[in-house]
Design a protein around this ligand. Sequence first.
Ligand code: ZN
Length: 374
Amino acid sequence: MAHTVQQVVKVMEEIAPPYLAEEWDNVGLLVGRMQDSVQRVMVCLDVTEAIVHEAIQKGVDMIVSHHPVIFEKLKSLRGDTGRERLLYLLVGNNIAVYCAHTNLDKAAGGVDDVLAARLGLQDVRVLSADQRDKLYKVVVFIPKGHEDAVMDAMARAGAGWIGNYSHCTFQIDGTGTFMPLEGTNPYIGQQGRLEKVHEVRLETVVLSNQLDRVIQAMLQVHPYEEVAYDVYPLANRVKKHGFGRIGRLAHRMTFEEFIGKVCDDLGVSSLQVAGWVDDEVEVVATCAGSGGSLINKAYCSGAQVFLTGELKYHDAQAAAELGMATIAAGHYATEVFVVKELVSRLQKSFDALQYDIEVFAAETMADIYKTVGK
Ligand SMILES: [Zn+2]
């Protein structure tokens, strides 16, 4: 049976939930049609000319890329100029493009996690946690007999997920009272008469990003005209998503040794280093790509060195003045390892779902920068 772009999108959204993307970002299905069939998926960092030609040559139906293929506003879609020409080619060859950018950076097992794992960091934490990952308690009062339907609708919308458990709720029986007034159309009781009803108080937890969806789903299946429900913000800790990671090296080492290790781990021959660490290095903060905005977070979290892809001169200078060394290892070098990881996770998911889809990494990916000298 043919599988669709939409089915691939669904798997990608589980890996890198779109709600994690920054507001300025452009993620999701940027080229193509949801209903088109997919047999071959190619994963890459950037949709370059070489990548588009590789996709055409290999009969690829869908590209999954990290950097968005459309970012700036398009004012035309010409087949004879720069980036538009690539889009024109993609559309002409019926190749869909799905992009997971900042959502893949932040997601568990995404770009920043893959980089931290590559460096063998331990006790890894998110460096800059999203404020949106807040937990709420939702309490709803349901007439006895309807609690399962309401619970199920809420769970399907994302409520009650704790770790690997779904449908986590607590229910207690009680008595609800109400008096339907003029103009009402009560599910139970009559206008002007005080009613006592056997109700279930159902409580569950919901992440902030799913709160609206859960409430809507609950209201849709709840039999009452006016539903009584409460939403409480919680101070519980939740699994954080966000940019950057901080962790400890398995073994302390000198800064020179650490530099050698980074070159080996990332497969690069040179690094841009600012500042220096005189003590042995143990606490390392990382951010794949351009991580300049996380310098203060890294310093305040106790990092001795902050490793990222690329840094502005003045950001590196500011870090050095704080006494924290920085390493710029290259945007490409700090992100490219996610491609292999994504290929393996997608293939595993498709196999488990019995989708007849082949996933592979693009062969023509390349760092735009070369280190050259005299
Ligand atoms: Zn990037």
